[in-house]
Design a protein around this ligand. Structure first.
Ligand SMILES: Cc1cc2nc3c(=O)[nH]c(=O)nc-3n(C[C@H](O)[C@H](O)[C@H](O)COP(=O)(O)OP(=O)(O)OC[C@H]3O[C@@H](n4cnc5c(N)ncnc54)[C@H](O)[C@@H]3O)c2cc1C
Length: 412
C-alpha cells in the first residue's frame, strides 16, 4: 500500500471556520495546528444560525445532538415602537421562509464550545499568539510568530475573521476588499431582568434598532445596530466603541437607557462595522482564506456561520483528495464555493429592509409588511421570497474528507 507523507496545515483563528476545518483535516489524516490571538476560544456574540447544507456538515461531524441541544428555541420575534407598543409578533420561520429547510439557531458561544470540545484532543491549539510573517518557498511555507518559534507548513489557512491577519500578510491591506454596508453593531450579555423566555424583542426607529434576545435560561443578548457611516475603531479601543454606541442611542426610549448602562460593565462586549469582504481571489500559492476572512457576508445576511462551515468542509475534501499536492486544493475549493458564497452575501441587502429600515419611509413600509406577514405566510409567501432557504442550499456537499490513501485510490 502506498504511503503518503502527512500534509501539515496551519490555521489562523479558532472561532467557527478554524475548528470545523481542523476537525475535517484531522479526519483526512492531516497534521493540524491552530493559532489564535485570544488566550482561549472566545464565547459571546449574538445567536447565530446554521441552515441548509451547513446542518448537513455538522451532522456529518457527529455533532448534531449537542448543537440541537443548544438550540435557542426562539418562539417569536416581536417588533415594538419606541414607546414599547407591539407592532407585530412573528415566528422566525415566517420571516426567513425556512420551513422547507433544516435550520438551527444557537448562541454563538455554545457553537464554539461544541467545536472546541470536538477538536481539542486531536488538534494542536496555540493560544495567545499570531502569525507575523509568511514566506512561501518551494518546499513549504515558512511562518514566524509573535511568540512561538518559526515553523514550516504545507499550507496556511486564514480563518481569522473580517479583519484577517493572514489576508493582510498575503494579499495586502483590508480596505480594497472591504465593502462597508454603512452600518455598525454591538452585542453583549445582560441579565434577564425582562421576564423574556426564548424570544426576541426589537425596537426600531429609523436607522437604529435595539434588540433583546432571550435564550432559554441564559443571560439575554443585547444588540444595538445602526445605519450610517461607522468609523473603524481599533479593536482594543472598547472605550471608544462604547462611547460611539452611547452617542448613537442616547436619548432613545424603551429599554435603551438601561441597556446602555449595562453595556458599560458587560465583559463580552463585541463591536464591529457591518461589512462584507469581496475579493477577486481567496487563494495565493500556499495561502488560502476561509469564512469571514474570505467572504464575510455581514450579520445582516444571517448566513456568515453557515457559509464558513460549508466552505471549510469543501476545502478539507479538496485537500484530502490531493495528498501529495495540497496547494492545488486551494483553487479547486475556490471554484466550488465562490458562487454559493456570493449568493449568500447578496442576501445582506434584502434582509436589511426588515431588521434595519434606514429612513422613516422604510420604517413605515416595513411595519405595514410586518402586519401582513402572518397572512402572507398562510398563503405561502415568505418575507424574503424564500431567498435565504434557496441560498442556504445552493451547494452540493462532496463526500466527507477521508484519509489520503483511500481518497487517492478512489480518484485513480
Ligand atoms: C467574539 C465574537 C463575537 C461575535 N459576535 C457576532 C455577532 O454577534 N453577530 C454576528 O453576526 N457575528 C458575530 N461574530 C462573527 C461570526 O462568528 C462570524 O461571522 C462567522 O461565524 C464566521 O466565522 P469565522 O470563524 O470565519 O470568523 P470569526 O468568528 O470572526 O473568527 C475569527 C477568529 O480569528 C481570531 N483572530 C483574529 N485575528 C487573528 C490573528 N491575527 N491571529 C490569530 N487569530 C486571530 C479571532 O479572535 C477569532 O477567534 C462574532 C465573532 C467573534 C470572534
Amino acid at each position: 500500500m502506498e504511503e503518503f507523507p502527512m500534509a501539515s496545515v496551519l490555521i489562523s483563528g479558532a472561532s467557527i471556520a478554524g475548528p470545523v476545518l481542523a476537525f475535517w483535516l484531522r479526519r483526512a489524516g492531516v497534521d493540524v495546528t491552530v493559532v489564535e490571538k485570544a488566550d482561549a476560544v472566545r464565547g459571546g456574540g449574538y445567536p447565530i444560525d446554521l441552515r441548509g447544507v451547513a446542518v448537513d456538515v455538522v451532522e456529518r461531524m457527529g455533532l448534531l445532538e449537542p448543537i440541537e441541544a443548544a438550540r435557542t428555541g426562539t418562539r417569536a420575534l416581536t417588533f415594538v415602537t419606541e414607546r414599547g407598543r407591539a407592532i407585530a409578533s412573528l415566528r422566525t420561520e415566517t420571516l426567513v421562509g425556512e420551513q422547507s429547510i433544516r435550520a438551527i439557531e444557537l448562541p454563538r458561544g455554545d457553537l464554539t464550545e461544541v467545536l472546541w470540545a470536538a477538536t481539542r484532543d486531536e488538534v494542536e491549539y496555540v493560544f495567545d499568539d499570531r502569525i507575523t510573517t509568511l514566506d512561501d518557498r518551494d518546499d513549504g511555507i515558512h511562518v514566524t510568530f509573535r511568540r512561538g518559534a518559526p515553523r514550516m507548513f504545507d499550507l496556511v489557512i486564514g480563518a481569522d475573521g473580517l479583519h484577517s491577519g493572514v489576508r493582510e500578510r498575503a494579499f495586502g491591506p483590508e480596505a480594497p476588499f472591504r465593502r462597508d454596508l454603512d452600518a455598525g453593531y454591538a452585542a453583549f450579555s445582560v441579565p434577564n431582568v425582562y421576564g423574556l423566555d426564548r424570544e426576541a424583542v426589537m425596537m426600531n426607529v429609523a436607522g437604529r434598532s435595539a434588540t433583546l434576545y432571550a435564550v432559554r435560561n441564559q443571560p439575554v443578548t443585547a444588540l444595538f445596530s445602526w445605519s450610517g457611516p461607522t468609523p473603524t475603531l481599533d479593536h482594543r479601543d472598547t472605550e471608544g466603541q462604547r462611547r460611539l454606541v452611547e452617542h448613537v442611542f442616547g436619548g432613545l426610549g424603551w429599554r435603551v437607557p438601561e441597556m446602555l448602562a449595562r453595556m458599560r460593565t458587560a465583559d463580552d462586549f463585541y463591536f464591529d462595522t457591518v461589512s462584507q469582504i469581496r475579493m477577486p481571489s481567496w487563494t495565493r500559492g500556499r495561502v488560502g482564506l476561509v469564512g469571514d476572512a474570505a467572504f464575510a457576508p455581514s450579520f445582516r445576511s444571517g448566513q456568515g456561520t453557515s457559509i464558513a462551515a460549508v466552505g471549510v468542509y469543501v476545502l478539507a475534501a479538496e485537500i484530502a483528495a490531493r495528498p501529495t499536492e495540497p496547494a492545488a486544493a486551494l483553487p479547486a475549493y475556490e471554484a466550488r464555493v465562490r458562487g454559493f458564497a456570493t449568493q449568500n452575501q447578496d442576501l445582506a441587502t434584502s434582509g436589511a429592509r426588515i431588521v434595519s429600515p434606514a429612513t422613516p419611509w422604510q420604517l413605515h413600509s416595513r411595519n405595514v409588511l410586518l402586519r401582513a406577514l402572518p397572512l402572507l405566510e398562510r398563503v405561502g409567501v415568505p418575507a424574503q421570497g424564500g431567498a435565504i432557504a434557496r441560498a442556504a442550499t445552493a451547494l452540493t456537499l462532496p463526500d466527507a474528507p477521508r484519509p489520503a490513501e483511500r481518497a487517492a485510490r478512489s480518484l485513480a
